[in-house]
Design a protein around this ligand. Structure first.
Ligand SMILES: O=C(O)CCC(=O)C(=O)O
Ligand SMILES: [Fe+2]
Length: 426
């Protein structure tokens, strides 16, 4: 990030005055297509898409050099089953059944990758049908679980998506990540959803094509049924039933995007979407959070806690540890609670404070060892301070036992604010 972009971005958040970044109104009619890598900078992405929270598609030129595009794909543009088998045959992968609905997703099972490939071949031979149903390999943590040693050759993280705190945090803990491979025959699809923690995602078709249906944040409200639930399939004829979907007349049409082989799509924060594989498709998808959607994540976590509290409200007066139990339930339903969110902020903040401390001593310039430039670190500290101030002021965070936290949340907030003031000069 350069100084000018940092100033632009800081002004953007000051202008929002504490409102959660979104994108008001119905979906745009079309998506912006970015043709040439040379003519599109990180600053262009921040100003044009990340801050306004708008989707875009990058041409296949952006992923031209990726090893996966060379090795995982035949000259006819199909998945190279033999290569993939030889490389990953023994790896156990998660597989969803697209034909079976369980609440608003599909049941998953695990199987060796070689069994999935056998299924896929049979499915093609059967004219894209199988008695086993329509199986979709989803959320395969290839980087985390891989037995292979050439990971860096599969893809190169595009600079636009390099400020990725979720994966930075999990890499420090060394237990998980949000880097996935999806693979499935034509006809596999992902039901209607918004991404985990209201993260951004990016997705590249290594081969094949996808159709995306997008609804900007807030537009999904008109799609709720009479019980307040979101649809599983936004294309279902059920949605025409106004007794079942009383607000459907207020809904707007989705933004439809066709993503071709090699192209990369940016999915903004809180945009609901439904996705279809139009051909036999393999994609690499990452979820990511950074200073630009941290407030969206925090807003989402507050809503999740509220939903838990509502669900178990009848025990509030009879259960001595009710607030603590709500946090425990939240952790198991959402994957994170307020304590862990603080830990996440702390890990990300401490690295930036260190970079800025060095920078403020006069040691300016990029810090290759920490992989962060000073302007980016200064911007990040501002966003962290804003969100942490809201966390510290939250009544339910004040109920969390923070006695063993180091540093104490107020202390970390003070450090962030002091550093932010000092970093004005940078
Ligand atoms: O490709 C898919 O099936 C779903 C991808 C998705 O939902 C995402 O990248 O956010
Ligand atoms: Fe998604």
């Amino acid at each position: 990030m350069d100084r000018e972009t940092r100033t632009f971005a800081e002004r953007h958040y000051r202008g929002l005055g504490g409102q959660v970044p979104g994108c008001d109104g119905p979906a745009p009619r079309s998506v912006t297509f970015i043709q040439a890598p040379d003519a599109f900078s990180y600053a262009d992405f921040v100003k044009g898409f990340l801050l306004p929270n708008l989707p875009c598609v990058f041409s296949s030129a952006f992923t031209e050099g990726w090893g996966s595009r060379r090795r995982w794909v035949t000259s006819a543009g199909k998945p190279d089953f033999e290569y993939l088998l030889q490389k990953y045959g023994d790896v156990v992968v998660p597989v969803a059944n697209c034909g079976v609905r369980e609440y608003n997703s599909n049941p998953k099972e695990s199987m060796p990758f070689r069994d999935y490939i056998s299924y896929w071949k049979e499915y093609i031979q059967g004219g894209y049908s199988s008695p086993r149903g329509c199986l979709y390999l989803k959320d395969w943590h290839l980087c985390r679980d891989s037995l292979v040693d050439d990971l860096e050759d599969i893809f190169t993280l595009p600079v636009y998506f390099s400020s990725d705190w979720l994966n930075e945090f999990w890499d420090v803990l060394n237990v998980d990540d949000y880097r996935f491979v999806y693979a499935g025959p034509r006809g596999t699809w992902s039901p209607f959803h918004a991404d985990i923690f209201r993260s951004f995602s990016w997705s590249v078709n290594i081969c094949g094509r996808k159709k995306w249906l997008f609804f900007p944040p807030g537009q999904e409200e008109a799609l709720r049924d009479c019980h307040g639930n979101l649809p599983y399939d936004v294309t279902s004829a059920e949605l025409l039933d106004t007794r079942l979907y009383p607000r459907i007349q207020h809904s707007s049409l989705p933004l439809e995007v066709i993503q071709e082989a090699g192209e990369m799509i940016f999915v903004p924060s809180g945009w609901h979407h439904q996705v279809y594989n139009l051909d036999d498709t393999i994609s690499i998808n990452h979820n990511w959070v950074n200073g630009c959607n941290l407030a969206n994540m925090w807003h989402f976590l507050q809503q999740e806690l509220q939903a838990v509290q509502h669900e178990v409200r009848e025990w509030k007066n009879s259960m001595p540890d009710w607030h603590h139990h709500c946090q425990v339930i939240m952790k198991s339903c959402t994957g994170i609670n307020f304590e862990e969110f603080y830990h996440f902020l702390k890990v990300i903040a401490e690295k930036r404070l260190l970079v800025l401390k060095q920078g403020l001593k006069g040691d300016t310039g990029d810090k290759p060892g920490l992989g962060l430039n000073l302007q980016q670190a200064a911007f990040d500290v501002g966003r962290l301070a804003d969100v942490l101030a809201s966390v510290v002021a939250h009544i339910d965070f004040q109920r969390v036992d923070t006695s063993a936290f180091s540093p104490q949340p107020e202390e970390l907030l003070q450090q962030l604010e002091d550093t932010m003031a000092a970093a004005e000069a940078l």
